[in-house]
Design a protein around this ligand. Structure first.
Ligand code: GUN
Ligand code: ZN
Length: 481
């Protein structure tokens, strides 16, 4: 296979992996900066020195370019761009979605991408906008799928062809697309037509679309989020299992005088300080950056550094098992990201299946933490505890007479035997003073323990402060103080 993907480390549904394209290998999650050959604010070879292993450019621009077309055909894209990493080319689909038509067919663009020696080729998929109704999205999806089949039939299963997943905002169509693409054995799957969702801050719907796709694609597929985006959303997207991003944001934002940070952006005209550790920010004052003749390029450089650093931070978080904390932090930067985060938490049952067993730590960061995969996993596993006839669950940890077993209590997880005190997640979780949300969640753990042990009798001993909550969450259970 021309494109191979292997995951090495997991956290939530995110993974650190290796994407091999021919002989070239890149680490994922990865950012593929978008290169416009006509406006090279930062050259691909400069990017390579910044640690960029893969870039994406537009085959349609090359095919229409007086300046570059013949050179690319004669010498190949890597020579023209002076970049020996992975080069992915997009078809004219983006132009198609913006201008309504392009003067190239599916097989023409694919042959052209092959002839300019692109490493990853994209067929002429149809990016169905979110406004499209079900019937339209279905019709357009059928065309995209037909073009993908045509591509495979013409160039063979070994050709490095990306399989875009379309379907608009209709989860059933996204699932159908993902199912067919998985069945075809495709290993490289961009999720398409999400740019309008990201531009409109519609992160809740973005999460719905991506989760519908991820639930259906085989886990072995490398997933690319087409046209994403702002670094503040990379952690959220990675948690869902997206492996690649192809942002033009570093250049687009620079053009508009915007300064990216990992949690939002500033207008450079409003900045009196440059709150960043990159080379640009440490060698200029805010005033110098604002008035520099090279302002756009300097901003683009800073924006790219910030974006690459965020990808590195995400990879480290996956290695450490702290991706939930990073997602939580990033998604508090904008209310619509918080909506996306909450939608993600609504899929905890699915995410739990791919999450890893132990992590460095669990930091409780408020209500949302109650719905994390570790809590769901812990509460499911409670059914495996072996218990005697009379079980005391004591919030203060003190045994009383007449019980065969004593369980302690740690919210938001729930009851635990002292043998689990040092194990994940009971031992490696840091929680502040108990709050109502976490105690309620912990009581749900008690409730599922009781359901899975019908032969035991349970008594919950808690202090006066929590009696009301315990009674509400545990109807029919004996609660004493
Ligand atoms: N760039 C951003 N979105 C898309 C998409 O849906 N398809 C293609 N081919 N390129 C894109
Ligand atoms: Zn900077």
């Amino acid at each position: 296979m021309a494109i191979q993907f292997e995951s090495l480390d997991y956290d939530i549904a995110g993974r650190c992996g290796k994407l091999a394209v021919g002989k070239k290998v890149i680490k994922t999650p990865a950012l593929l900066p978008v290169i416009n050959p006509h406006l090279p604010l930062i050259t691909p070879s400069e990017m390579q020195k910044m640690g960029v292993g893969a870039i994406i450019t537009n085959a349609y621009i090359f095919s229409q370019s007086m300046q570059f077309r013949e050179q690319a055909l004669a010498e190949g894209l890597h020579k023209v761009l002076d970049f020996d990493g992975v080069i992915m080319t997009d078809s004219g689909s983006f132009q198609l979605s913006v201008y309504g038509e392009v003067s190239v067919s599916n097989l023409e663009t694919l042959s052209f991408q092959r002839d300019i020696q692109s490493d990853i080729w994209v067929p002429l998929d149809i990016p169905t906008p979110p406004s499209a109704d079900h019937a339209t999205a279905e019709r357009e999806l059928a065309i995209t799928m037909e073009r993908l089949r045509e591509a495979k039939a013409t160039f063979g299963d070994d050709a490095p062809i990306a399989a875009p997943v379309q379907g608009g905002i209709h989860p059933d169509l996204r699932k159908r697309a993902a199912q067919e693409i998985g069945d075809m054995g495709c290993t490289f799957c961009p999720i398409g037509a999400v740019v309008p969702l990201m531009e409109g801050y519609r992160y809740r719907e973005l999460v719905e679309v991506v989760m519908a796709v991820k639930k259906t694609l085989p886990p072995s597929a490398c997933v690319h989020l087409f046209g994403a985006g702002h670094p503040a959303m990379f952690a959220l997207a990675t948690a869902m299992g997206c492996d690649l991003f192809d942002s033009a944001a570093y250049a687009l934002y620079a053009k508009e005088g915007r300064y990216l940070t990992s949690h939002g952006s500033y207008k450079v005209d409003e900045l009196v300080e440059l709150p960043c550790a990159c080379q640009v920010c440490r060698s200029h004052t805010a005033g110098e950056l604002r008035t520099s003749g090279e302002r756009e390029r300097l901003l683009a450089l800073h924006n790219l550094y910030v974006t690459l650093a965020e990808i590195a931070r995400i990879r480290q978080a996956i290695t450490d098992g702290t991706l939930w904390e990073l997602v939580d932090e990033r998604c508090r930067g904008h209310p619509q990201l918080l909506s996306g985060y909450r939608e993600l938490l609504a899929h905890t049952d699915t995410l739990e299946a791919s999450d890893r067993a132990t992590k460095r730590r669990f930091f409780y960061r408020g209500n949302e933490s109650c719905l994390r995969t570790e809590v769901v996993r812990y509460q499911k596993n409670l059914s495996r505890l072996r218990l005697g006839r009379d079980v005391l669950i004591a919030f203060d940890g003190n045994m009383q007479e007449g019980f065969s077993d004593l369980l302690l209590f740690k919210p938001p997880f729930g009851p635990y035997p002292k043998e689990l005190k040092e194990t994940f997640p009971i031992g490696q979780s840091e929680i502040p003073d108990w709050d109502e949300a976490m105690v309620r969640q912990g009581c749900k753990g008690i409730s599922s323990l009781i359901k899975s042990h019908p032969k035991s009798r349970f008594v919950v001993a808690c202090n006066a402060r929590w009696v009301k909550v315990a009674n509400e969450e545990l109807p029919g259970v004996e609660v004493v103080t």
